[in-house]
Each structure stands twice: as C-alpha cells, then as structure tokens.
Design a protein around this ligand. Structure first.
Ligand SMILES: [Zn+2]
Length: 558
C-alpha cells in the first residue's frame, strides 16, 4: 500500500528527485533546481535525479508530460522514493481553477510508491491532519494565482480608462505614439510623408472623403493609394516585407471601420485566453481625425458597397488570363469600380502597376484595357460563330497536318535512337582496335571525344523532339475541343449564350491579347482564318494555316 511507504520518515528515505516546471518560456527551471540542491542535503535527502518540463507542458496532465512520465517510470523502478517540487502547483495545470490535476499528480506519485514534498510548503502528509493541510494549501495557492490574474486585469482596465492611453503596438495609420509605457499617448500624425506633400492623417481624411463624398469602393481607393505611391502603415513603420507596401481593399475597409478615427479607441476583449477574468471592454478618448458624422457615413457606404459587391459577385471577366502587357509582359487582371454617379466601370490592368513600393522595382505604366473591348472582341467572334465553316475546315486541316507531323516526329526520334545504338557498337570496335594495337592513345582519345560530342547532340535532339511531340498533343486536344464546341454552338447560338459558354469559346479561339502602349489590344486568334480576316487584320493575307498571325482586332472599330 502506498500509504505504508509514505509512513517512512524523511530521514529514512534518502534518495530524492526534483520535478521542476516553468509557466512561461521566459522563466527558467534552473531556479527551482538550484533551490532543491540546497534544500535537499539540509533536510536529509540526496538529490539523485532531475526532471524538468517546459512551459507548454503546463497545459497537459502531469502523467502525460515528457519528464512527468519518465519520473513515474523511474519511481516505480525504485530509483528514488521522494519527489521534491518547489510548490505543489508545479504538478498541476497553469490555467486550471480547481487544481484537480495537482491532486491527481500527487495521487499518481503516491501510487507509484513515492512521497511528494513541496519545499516551500512544508507539510507532513503522512498524517490525516497533514493531508488536510496540504489540500487547503493547494486551494490557497489557487486563490492566490487567480487573485493575481484578477488584479492584473483590473490594473489594465484602470490604465486604459485614462484618456489617450495607448496599449502598445503600432499606432493606427494617421497616428503616432508620444511618450513611453504608462505615459504613451496617441497623437494625430500631421508630419508630411517623406517625398509627398501630405501627412498620414491627410491620407486618412482622403480615404473617408473618397468613400463618403465620392462613393468610391475600397477596390478603387486601394488602387488610387497605390497609384499615388502612398506608403502603407507597414512601410511607414519601416517594415518592408515584399507585400507590405501594397494597399489592398481589405486593409482599407478595416481602417475605415476603426472607431479610433472618430476619436474612440476601444480596448479589451470579452474573453481572454489566458485569464479566467475578462479585461472589461473599455472605450477611451483619443484625438479624432474625422468627425463622427463622416465616420458613420463611411460605415453606411461600406455597407452599400458590400451589398453591391454581393450583386456583382457573379461579375466575370471574359478575357481573364488572356490579356498580356505589351510593355512588361505581365498578365492583366480584371477590376471594377463604380463612378460617382453609380455607374460601374470595368477594366483590365497590368499586374505590375502596383509594385512601386514592393522591392524598389519600377512599376509598369502601360495603360489599362477598357472592358468595352470585351464586347468588341466578342462581336468579332460571334460573327465567326454564325458561319464557323472556315474555322472548322482549318481545324480539320490542322488536325490532319498534326497527325502527319506526329508520325514524322516519331520517326525522327526512332532514327536518332538507332544512331545512338550504332554508336555504342562503334565504341566497342574502337576499344577492340586499341587493345589489339591497331590504333594508339591519341587516335582513341580523338575518336572517343568525337563520339561523345555526337552523342550529346543526338540526346539533345531527342529531348527537343519529345517536347515538340508534347506540344502537338496539347494543341491537338485544344483543337478537338474547339471543333466540338463550334459544332455545338452552331445550333445553340441563337438561344443566347451564357457567360460560361462565351468564355469557353473565347478560350478556344483567342490565343492571346497584348495591350499596346496606346491602350489598344492586339488580338491573336488560334486560327489563321480569323487572324487573316479582311476587315480587322489589315490585309495580312496568305498566312499558313498552321501558324496564327497577329491581327489588329477591334482597333479599327473603336
Ligand atoms: Zn505591364
């Protein structure tokens, strides 16, 4: 029985182990171990083992902790029979209120035949009275810990009620922190941003103005801030992660919703992970950047924008993924915004126009592509859908040519493989000749080097042919898709096409659209018959059926 072994006195049980644990990573177990080293000999124990668990272990039961588990195993093996702890709560869980785990750990140790001694809470647990005292001690420990947590929550709440108090971290955009620690205050930042004639506070005012007076969307505002080269908060704070320098719609709306700009900073959460006592939600007064009416109007505008965004959720871009920048080669992305009078405008813009602050790289200034070109390009395509015969004929021709070519490539690859095999035999013959003394070192080396060069060329050619084969396969798959699509569309065109079908057609027919520096698109179709069309391509007749030619689609119509 465990209680029997517990009855042995401290003087008889000489071998002791220390179990140490810290509550946070900032603490060290060394203090507890040092304490045990001094305490043990003075009380008649020899410290034989040290067990230490890290701070994270405070969330799991004693018997499941790395060191806790080992301690129980060694204890059962009889390597010691006394377990020293600095305080009983080292055995329990840090955020636990009832200290059930502490009691469970004591039970585990006693069941394994050990005696537990808290060095700073001396109790003789071999008597009923002693056990009762220990239980009370553990409860008192709990109450003390909880009191500390409550006190710190109170202190924070009191502190944050002081006007202008800043709780730390980076100041919101448009503010800076003056003073330190308890004297830290938020003040409006009216210092001009280096290189610009406006201050961070002006930027905040501008954002509210665009939203409230001009009814802009956060997408538009973010684009405008990027266009004007206005640094983000992260950049102002000197943090320069590559993506930190770009304004995004989400950042803008988070900013607009912050009540700090109307002079009300909110601090505190209803529930804190660490403390069972919530820090009360406290409002404190700080200098405002916009008046309360403007702030409210901005929230209303955000709600309106959100509703509209929901309506427009199905907005899709017919040309997405196909438009490329004629200046820098980046892709263009579709964007939308709403004008002052509530009209929606769409356009495609180079992905590279926002990267001015990114890594110091140049941003692209190639103009946006007006979304009206969507309509013009679609009209072009639609005209062909009415009579897809020529495209289908070209398709059939392309597929036939491809089939011939595919056979040729296969034969080319086979021929080179045979050459490689032949070379292997040639090499054998050479080596035999050398061994028989027919040729000398120099001849052999020269011949072998020539063979190595030839071999490298052949291998390279085979790889290139294989790549060509692959491309042909992909193209063939695309052509078959296009053919099937066109056949189908002949019948369905009059019913009106959904966006999804239109998009499929565009993908099947359009190879790429390159936006020129004057803002007009160069459309390259996958089919020469379209590229060579009389009206739009400027008379580049005579293109081979297998190679698309670039046509100036839509330009002449704009
Ligand atoms: Zn570009």
């Amino acid at each position: 029985m465990a209680s029997v072994s517990n009855r042995t006195t401290a003087a008889q049980s000489r071998r002791a182990a220390i179990y140490a644990r810290v509550s946070t990573d900032r603490q060290s177990v060394e203090g507890q171990i040092e304490f045990a080293r001094e305490w043990a000999p003075k009380h008649g124990y020899t410290l034989t083992e040290i067990y230490a668990d890290n701070a994270r272990s405070g969330t799991i039961p004693f018997a499941e902790r790395e060191a806790g588990r080992r301690l129980l195993i060694d204890l059962r093996a009889g390597r010691f029979d006394v377990v020293l702890v600095y305080k009983y709560d080292r055995l329990g869980r840090d955020r636990e209120v009832g200290d059930i785990e502490t009691r469970q750990a004591i039970l585990d140790i006693e069941r394994a035949g050990g005696q537990i001694i808290a060095m700073t809470q001396p109790i003789d647990a071999s008597t009923i009275m002693g056990r009762f005292t220990r239980s009370v001690q553990i409860d008192i420990g709990t109450i003390e810990r909880l009191n500390t947590l409550e006190r710190s929550a109170d202190t924070l709440a009191t502190l944050v009620r002081r006007p202008g108090f800043f709780t730390g971290g980076t100041a919101p955009y448009g503010y800076r922190v003056e003073g330190q620690d308890r004297d830290a205050r938020l003040v409006v930042d009216e210092e001009p941003i280096p290189g610009l004639d406006i201050s961070p506070a002006d930027v905040v005012r501008m954002i509210y103005h665009w939203l409230v007076a001009e009814g802009r969307s956060t997408v538009w505002i973010a684009a405008e801030l990027n266009r004007r080269g206005i640094p983000t908060r992260a950049l102002l704070a000197g943090r320069a992660r590559p993506t930190a320098g770009i304004w995004r719609p989400g950042r803008v709306s988070t900013m607009v919703r912050n009540t700090v700009y109307k002079g009300v900073a909110v601090y505190g959460r209803r529930k804190s992970g660490r403390s069972p006592f919530p820090v009360p939600v406290t409002e404190r007064e700080v200098p405002a950047i916009v008046d309360a009416e403007t702030w409210e109007a901005a929230q209303e505008q955000l709600r309106r924008n959100k509703k509209r965004a929901k309506r427009n959720a199905k907005r899709q871009y017919l040309l997405s993924g196909l438009v490329k920048c004629g200046a820098c080669g980046s892709n263009y992305t579709g964007l939308a915004y709403t004008t002052k009078d509530g009209q929606e405008r769409r356009y495609y813009t180079c992905n590279n126009i926002h990267q001015r602050h990114n890594t110091g790289g140049e941003r692209c200034t190639n103009p946006a592509l007006s979304w009206q070109y969507e309509e013009l390009i679609w009209r072009d395509i639609d005209a062909w859908l009415e009579n897809p015969g020529p495209i289908l004929e070209e398709l059939a021709a392309q597929l036939n040519t491809d089939a011939d070519d595919a056979g040729n490539i296969e034969a080319d690859i086979e021929r080179r493989r045979r050459q490689l095999a032949g070379q292997e035999k040639e090499r054998e013959r050479l080596l035999t000749a050398y061994r028989k003394g027919i040729i000398d070192d120099t001849d052999l080396e020269r011949e072998l080097a020539a063979m190595r060069r030839e071999r490298a060329v052949l291998e390279e050619e085979i790889e290139a042919l294989k790549r060509a084969q692959q491309r042909r396969e992909e193209r063939r798959a695309g052509l078959v898709t296009a053919a099937a699509l066109l056949e189908e569309l002949k019948a369905r065109r009059r019913e009106g096409l959904t966006f999804a079908v239109k998009r499929q057609v565009v993908e099947a027919l359009v190879k790429e659209i390159v936006v020129q520096p004057d803002g007009t698109p160069d459309v390259t179709y996958r089919f020469a018959v379209i590229n060579n069309r009389t009206e739009l391509c400027g008379g580049t007749a005579g293109g081979t059926p297998r190679r698309s030619r670039r046509g100036r689609a839509a330009r002449s119509r704009s």
